[in-house]
Design a protein around this ligand. Sequence first.
Ligand code: AMP
Ligand code: MG
Length: 352
Amino acid sequence: MDAGQLHLKTSLLKVDPLAPQPSLIARAARLIKNGEVVAFPTETVYGLGADATNDLAVEKIFEAKGRPSDNPIIVHISSVGELGKVVRNPSPKVVEFVSYYWPGPLTVIFKKSSSISYRVTAGLETVAVRMPAHPVALALISASGRPIAAPSANISGRPSPTSAQHVVEDLDGRIPLVLDGGETHYGVESTVIDISGETPVLLRPGPITTADLSPLLGEFGEPGHVHRERPIAPGMKYVHYAPNAPLTLVLGKPNGIVDKVLDLAKRSGSSESKIGVLCTDETYSRYPPDFVRLSLGSRFAPYEMLRNLYRCLRFFDKAKVSAIYAEGFDEIGINATLMNRLRKAATSVVET
Ligand code: AMP
Ligand code: MG
């Protein structure tokens, strides 16, 4: 880490998430054009952006986050028309496909064009691209006049930020500017797919499920069938999303889960230990009030549970719990995405 990076003053700039003020966007865009990094809201999580065509700027992302240098970064564009600048010869069929889902929380892998540096792709010939569905993100990319490379705006290994406050918690003094557009909509990172082969491959589950994509893409293959010498999707190699305390993910039916958590907590806890439980509206009242109880929301509102996940994980850190028990879900539909992130946060998984 460059010592100068540690003493930056971080400005937090409130921006209207629906109709971003052009003067505020211009200020952020000037930083991007000058090779600086800026944190900004997207519909998934907050991103830490830099000019994707400027190696030194991209380097600052890795420095600020403490990100391993062989973990590639997603490139963000503000219109489908810009795809041709970052990607080599996109086929009309693929352009038609992305036009259907963009703007939105879907990242697609392409062959990179020469304008995208190997620093962004971690040496790969491919680049991950997405057009975000957030007025602030779109305005920033458009005003910068260049593609923006942006991973999530957290210290590597921490839960992704779903509010500007989370970004400040992690990166204060390390970046010059955070655009504060309020809480993010999905609260979880984009779906990443590779459609370059015979069958589409899901590299990272996200807000758009394989069931959402199958009408256009057909059945998905297994990620194991793809051969690459480097990490090809987030979390395939690195631990992500982990809170400080060990998290035990408990699988089974809701009633059994509650009994199991109470039993595990009783057996493991000394009198001083503070137990955190990540539960649901349906089970909340069945845990004792001296637990740090956080409900993700209703089991019947899965997108709401997803949206609340990272905020809850960060809250457990602040509450300094010594152990966390999290309720598991059937890995069906959008709950497969929730379970993917819970498994990554978990130090152990138990069945009832
Ligand atoms: P994040 O870690 O949330 O910032 O998301 C970025 C992730 O997108 C990386 O961890 C990569 O695994 C994935 N990604 C970026 N570029 C590529 C690529 N060229 N091929 C496959 N996956 C990629
Ligand atoms: Mg990330």
